[in-house]
Design a binder for this molecule. Sequence first.
Ligand code: NDP
Length: 318
Amino acid sequence: MSETKEVVIIGSGPAGLTAAIYTARASLNPVIIEGEPSSTSDQPGGQLMLTTEVENFPGFPEGIMGPELMQNMRAQAARFGTDIVTAKVSKVDFSERPFKIWVGRDEEPTYLAETVIVSTGAQSLMLDIPGESRLMGYGVSTCATCDGFFFRDQEIAVVGGGDSALEEANFLTKFASKVHLLVRRDELRASQIMQDRAMANPKIEIVWNTSPLEVHGEQTVSHLTVVDNITKEERELKVSGMFVAIGHKPNTALFEGQLDMKPNGYLVAEPGTTITNVPGVFASGDVQDDYYRQAITAAGSGCQAALDAERWLEAQQD
Ligand code: NDP
């Protein structure tokens, strides 16, 4: 078993890498377990690895590609001596200190840690239909705030009937000429106020009982095949973008029974901090944020976690 680390960070999106930069510069010799490459957002770099251009991260007046931004953050963390481990955490035990963390198939704990910063993020639920992952970032998106701007004067589809979908649809009408809101049932799940707003918006057409079956396009989205769930009739819908807004799922399965969670699975942190119910374990980024969900807020929260961990370690020495 290895020596006890002062800080182990789990997850390498903007929150985890910012926590690494701060704790490395504070000479806490952090280890960051970054995940393993995959086609979902549950991979090194997190959700930004699935986007193209990021125009709202301060400091890049011309914008920057999501993967490049994450590579830059990773290089910055490495520059200050962060030990970056490309692997997945398979198990944690936060019941006593030092905390235990297992990686991959290791039988013995791979790391012992005085503090742990959990920044495993969240992932958008996806439809899992043909063309969806291939055209992710090329017309398929899960973030209207990030990508809406690229669809100026174009027709697009938003999938979902909850508050997220309606909020995205309303936001997208700032840019798009028309938004087809594809709702799989004959009812919306969203709150009444969001429903009223969507129904009053002349650019939104609600397409009831309809689900996408396939996303088409060579380089970018050209159209969808959609099905009427009552008549089973299939047709083409000509749109250049599809925003999937059917909910998010925080990556918290590892922490069940150990860290307090909200009913929706997100970790609970003390308001205004990253402190969890386990002293010495901190939660930062989307894994504890079901409201803002932005790269910049995640990065800010990673900084908070680093400072919270540093102060906690100092307090243990008093
Ligand atoms: P929800 O779970 O509330 O809604 C998901 C929607 O997606 C439902 O309409 C659901 O349909 C639909 N859906 C699920 N799976 C599929 C599928 N495979 N194909 C097509 N449609 C599908 O998720 P949200 O992200 O909208 O909201 C999550 C939480 O966040 C909610 O509590 C919401 O109120 C809150 N929120 C609040 C906001 C605000 O107040 N401004 C903004 C955004 C979110 P069905 O109804 O048939 O299950």
